[in-house]
Design a protein around this ligand. Structure first.
Ligand code: PNS
Length: 162
């Protein structure tokens, strides 16, 4: 039986409702979606990779064909290791497209089999990103509606005490 696995990689620092929407939609297209948290990101992160994996597992625990894991190193190697047929990435805007297209081309240059499938963000999440959620939270704005409730609690714990 065909078993089409897709990989959805990212920093997920933290997972947003936009990510979850994308995971649900990807899970309808593929037999299995492996959400992989990048372990070697140069970005300074609010949450450890372990916490990010934990949040994703909790946020996706009702989706049967989704698995959550880490990856470090080059994405195409992870794709090969898991026998994935595609990398899934979300596109919120044309600005996203420029970087994403470059990344997809580099991955295909590194490995001919490494295809990237883009899903456009649902309109209600088209402006939501982990970095903006963190910025709004740090500056005291209302961020909770952009992330699962339990993630909002965790983000608040990281904020400096007033
Ligand atoms: O959520 P992000 O930060 O946009 O995710 C970016 C990520 C982790 C998918 C990307 O940086 C990545 O694939 N990193 C692994 C290193 C790699 O393979 N680089 C070469 C292709 S550009």
């Amino acid at each position: 039986m065909a078993n089409k696995v897709a990989i959805y990689p990212g920093s997920f620092d933290p997972v947003t409702n936009g990510h979850i929407d994308l995971i649900r939609r990807a899970a309808r297209l593929f037999d299995k979606v492996v959400v992989t948290v990048a372990n070697n990101s140069s970005k300074t992160s609010l949450f450890s990779p372990e916490q990010r994996v934990e949040f994703l597992k909790r946020a996706c625990d009702d989706i049967e064909n989704v698995e959550v894991d880490y990856f470090s190193g080059l994405l195409y190697k992870e794709v090969e290791k898991r026998g994935a047929v595609a990398v899934v990435r979300g596109l919120r805007s044309v600005a996203d497209f420029e970087w994403e297209a470059q990344m997809a081309s580099m991955n295909r240059e590194l490995s001919r089999e490494c295809e990237t499938v883009f899903l456009t963000a649902s309109p209600e999440f088209s402006f939501v990103s982990s970095s903006m959620v963190k910025e709004v939270a740090i500056l005291g704005g209302e961020f909770a509606k952009f992330v699962p409730d339990f993630v909002a609690v965790e983000v608040r714990k990281q904020l400096p005490k007033k």
